[in-house]
Design a protein around this ligand. Structure first.
Ligand code: SF4
Length: 405
């Protein structure tokens, strides 16, 4: 069966390809539910319960909504929910969720600005590119029909701690993708629909909309992304702050060893072969640093002696200075040299432009790996393919010592 894409799936590919592979290709179960995700799910569920009744013209009280949330929390919470932030506990998140719902209720009751069409609806639609089709899906938090404005409203609840700006809303892809899905059932939604994000922690609504042309461009962009994903053969880890919220640390090469040894007793920990190697490497690095500091001190002193020797040679008009067992030969050469870019960028660029204009640049440039790799990022794909035929695969193995934490 063809893979089903979603906005979060495409986002996961951009965030960490290895995590994407674990989740969507290998289908490994994630062993972690974070408290942020847990709280978000309970808030969504409570709002679904509320709006399912609103749809049937029954308006429940704020106390009813909060009791519903508390019950959902109690029923689902377990010790396996991970609290990543050290200064917060699960109860802080529970209170945050309550505050979100309380503010939301005050802001929107009696919920009569529009008619509820669906809540937490699983939507799916097909993106077509020639004769190829890609299945797309997602869960739409709430779809309303605004009969006064004569348009659909696509609502999304967010419980995250960062507030989206208007610019970010105008560039976001999630709700416009849902608009495309809605338009496959109600074509008028392609021309006009409200995209509304509810940032519940801030009690703030952020709105945006898309033109038909923007939706068509988005469809093309999504197809491009899917093609990139489907042709990807390399899934490296991308270590970042978001790893703290990743449920694959136990298998990820970036974290696997740390997770395997962190629960060992201190004496067992110190006997682990990996731990032994790191301790030895760190000890040698410290010894190296002591010597490097000493060498730097000696070199600084030597530079002062060199200055004095050059001054002596100039004053005494000699080229060789005699000493016990050694002599210092003084050489002063003046020659033209190309400026270094870091010393004088304007002069460096002017020289390069002159050589290019005079068609001499290739005579003085050479195939340099560093230069080539930095250019490859910008050059067009077809040139890249031609160049790849000449590249050799060189494996460089190195270890870097870094501080933990
Ligand atoms: S732990 Fe980090 S690097 Fe590893 S798979 Fe997860 S997000 Fe990627």
């Amino acid at each position: 069966m063809a893979a089903k894409y979603s906005v979060s799936r495409i986002g996961a590919f951009g965030q960490c390809r290895l995590q994407y592979k674990y989740r969507y290709i290998d289908r490994l179960p994630s062993e972690m539910e974070t408290i942020e995700a847990f709280m978000g799910s309970r808030v969504h569920e409570a709002l679904k319960e509320l709006y399912d009744l609103v749809k049937n013209r029954r308006i429940e009280s704020k106390d009813w909504l909060l009791a519903c949330y508390d019950e959902l929390w109690e029923k689902n919470f377990s010790g396996s929910v991970k609290v990543v932030k050290k200064d917060l506990g699960a109860d802080d998140y529970r209170k945050k969720g309550r505050a979100c719902l309380s503010d939301y209720y005050d802001e929107y009751s009696p919920f009569d600005k529009a008619k509820v069409v669906s809540t937490e609806e699983t939507i799916s639609f097909t993106l077509r590119d020639g004769d190829q089709e890609f299945q797309f899906g997602g869960v739409l938090d709430r779809l309303d029909w605004n009969d006064r404005e004569g348009m659909f409203e696509i609502h999304d609840y967010k419980t995250s701690g960062s507030l989206m700006t208007k610019e970010e809303a105008d560039a976001d892809i999630q709700l416009p993708v849902y608009q495309i899905a809605i338009a496959s059932r109600w074509p008028e939604a392609k021309e006009k629909a409200g995209l509304i994000w509810h940032y519940l922690l801030f009690n703030k609504q952020v709105e945006s909309s898309r033109t038909t042309a923007q939706l068509e461009a988005l469809e093309k962009g999504m197809i491009g992304k899917i093609r990139e994903i489907e042709s990807c053969a390399d899934f490296p880890p991308n270590r970042s702050a978001l790893c703290e919220w990743c449920g694959y640390q136990a298998v990820c090469p970036e974290w696997k060893h740390l997770r395997a040894v962190e629960s060992l007793e201190p004496n067992e920990y110190l006997k682990d072969p990996g731990v032994v190697l790191v301790a030895k490497y760190a000890e040698l690095e410290a010894r190296k640093k002591d010597h490097q500091d000493e060498i730097a001190r000696i070199e600084a002193e030597q530079d002062k002696v060199k200055e004095a020797a050059l001054a002596f040679a100039e004053r005494e008009k000699v080229k060789v200075i005699d000493g016990p067992g050694y002599q210092l030969a003084v050489s002063v050469k003046e020659e033209l040299a190309a400026p270094l870019k870091k010393e004088d960028e304007v002069r460096w660029r002017s020289l390069r432009d002159l050589l290019i204009a005079e068609k001499k640049y290739t005579d003085v440039s050479t195939v340099n790996n560093f230069m080539l790799m930095s250019r490859l990022r910008d050059w067009p794909k077809d040139l890249l393919e031609k160049i790849k035929a000449f590249l050799v695969r060189r494996v460089t193995k190195e270890v870097y010592l870094r501080k933990k934490g």
